[in-house]
Design a protein around this ligand. Structure first.
Ligand SMILES: Cc1cc2nc3c(=O)[nH]c(=O)nc-3n(C[C@H](O)[C@H](O)[C@H](O)COP(=O)(O)OP(=O)(O)OC[C@H]3O[C@@H](n4cnc5c(N)ncnc54)[C@H](O)[C@@H]3O)c2cc1C
Length: 430
């Protein structure tokens, strides 16, 4: 009988896997490939801060799952994964009609990514905005624009005092917090250029709050200090050694020192796998709810279930699990693809070994980071060259989904579409 391969989560890892398996097995009817996602379209998560600040339009840059499935021989079901029945080999989803339905599988891949971790800090859920998916990014953009618009009308009525500012505080000095902060001054300037010429980046008061002694722990100290300097030159406060213990409607309360008052509070301090994944159907899970996998990426307690990306806990020789990054999700998708084919052919499987190719942080019109080259060590990269590499990573992800020719066409079309959506985002919302 034809095997049913079900992939849950069409993100950085899952959509690449569904596309590759569809091309290889779906097209020849050697297996039935199904992708399930709670959303109807894919946006590459590392660019969510650009969606949130209007630099990237979700309309122009989205990949529609149904269309992708038609072109790459997989079927798409929109629904949220809620439970798993391993005995019956069925996943339970809440479909787009809000009905609970079961989807049978022979091989299952869980690739549902991660969500923000508030580490149990009181008030975070009630008062902070997260950047977990495209819907959250769109909500953040709407909140920012609404705040800019209301501040603008205060200025127009001459009711603003000299010291009045739009206070935005971001907890978490990782890539997400830093990249988001660096887009905000540009966002206000763009807002100002769309008919509100009194709005400028000087009216912003942005803080990045970090519990440890420096931002960007994944980068060498020198590079992280360089990025801190760039942020400070743009008027962004970088508050290190600042552990937030409570959040209330007026701001963040650190363990020591004064309250950090803010109009908009954003929480980007770490991730965990969704809570419902913890020990789901008796599978082994980590402290952050990730499902523990063997080096083949199969779960430790069920060989028919693979896990990739942020929700996989894949221990490495270094004694640490592979990181929750798009880079790791992409590498896992490639190994998982090969291992599923090997499993179907009863061949020995490959072992996943994470390769760190470096980290680049985009800072709106520049970027900074390190690139690691096998056998040659680490190279610091900075400026336009680093920004180009950062951009190239996104285009490589698109090329693996669409092919090179379509990616070039996509880039051209999205640039045009982007201009239209960009203007409408900033001009029609008051
Ligand atoms: C702003 C930002 C910047 C980042 N920058 C970088 C970077 O520069 N480099 C880097 O390597 N990484 C970066 N990351 C991290 C990177 O985005 C993630 O590690 C990566 O996307 C994980 O891939 P994934 O496939 O595991 O999950 P995701 O890409 O998050 O995909 C998960 C998919 O599962 C779906 N889903 C979730 N829950 C359910 C459910 N219950 N049912 C059905 N579907 C579900 C989601 O809709 C989504 O499509 C960044 C993240 C953010 C937020």
């Amino acid at each position: 009988m034809i095997k049913k391969i079900v992939i849950i989560g069409g993100g950085a890892g899952g959509l690449e896997l569904a596309t590759d398996l569809g091309d290889k097995l779906g097209k020849g009817n050697q297996a039935e490939i199904t992708l399930i996602d709670k959303n109807s379209y894919h946006i590459w998560k590392p660019l969510l801060h650009e969606v949130a600040t209007g630099v990237l339009s979700e309309q122009a840059d989205k990949i529609d799952y149904t269309t992708q499935g038609q072109q790459h021989a997989f079927q798409f079901i929109q629904g949220a994964f809620t439970d798993l029945n391993r005995e019956e080999k069925q996943v339970i989803i809440n479909n787009s009609n809000n009905e609970s339905v079961s989807v049978p599988y022979d091989i299952l891949v869980v690739a549902i990514g991660s969500t923000s971790n508030d580490f149990g800090t009181p008030g975070v859920k009630e008062h902070c905005i997260f950047l977990d998916d495209q819907n959250a990014a769109i909500r953040l953009r709407e909140t920012l624009i609404a705040k800019f618009a209301s501040f603008c009308s205060i200025i127009d009525k001459n009711e603003a005092k000299d010291e009045d500012k739009i206070r935005i505080a971001i907890v978490g000095g990782g890539a997400t917090g830093v990249e988001l902060a660096s887009e905000l001054p540009h966002m206000v300037e763009t807002f100002g250029s769309c008919g509100r010429n009194k709005m400028c980046s000087e009216l912003l008061d942005v803080s990045v709050i970090e519990a440890t002694d420096r931002i960007l722990p994944a980068l060498p100290e020198k590079t992280a200090l360089g990025i801190t300097k760039t942020l400070q030159q743009r008027g962004i406060h970088v508050l290190t050694n600042t552990m937030i213990t409570k959040v209330e409607s007026d701001g963040f309360y650190p363990k020591e020192g004064n309250t950090i008052n803010a109009d908009i509070m954003i929480w980007t301090a770490g991730v965990k796998a969704p809570d419902f994944l913890k020990e789901i159907a008796g599978l082994e899970s980590s402290r952050s709810n990730q499902l523990v996998v063997k080096p083949t990426l199969q779960t430790t307690r069920d060989d028919n279930i693979f896990v990739i990306g942020d929700c996989a806990y894949a221990m490495q020789d270094s004694g640490r699990a592979s990181p929750a990054t798009a880079q790791a999700a992409h590498q896992m998708a490639k190994i998982c693809y090969e291992n599923i084919i090997k499993k179907l052919n009863n061949k020995p499987m490959k072992l996943f070994k994470y390769t760190d190719n470096g980290t680049i942080i985009s800072l709106h019109d520049t970027a900074q980071g390190v690139v690691k080259i096998a056998g040659k060590g680490e190279m610091n990269v900075k400026g336009f060259f680093a920004l180009m590499i950062h951009r190239l990573l996104y285009r490589m992800h698109q090329a693996s989904l669409l092919g090179i020719v379509k990616t070039i066409r996509f880039v051209k079309a999205s640039k045009q579409m982007y201009k239209n959506t960009f203007t409408s985002i900033f001009t029609h919302q008051d």
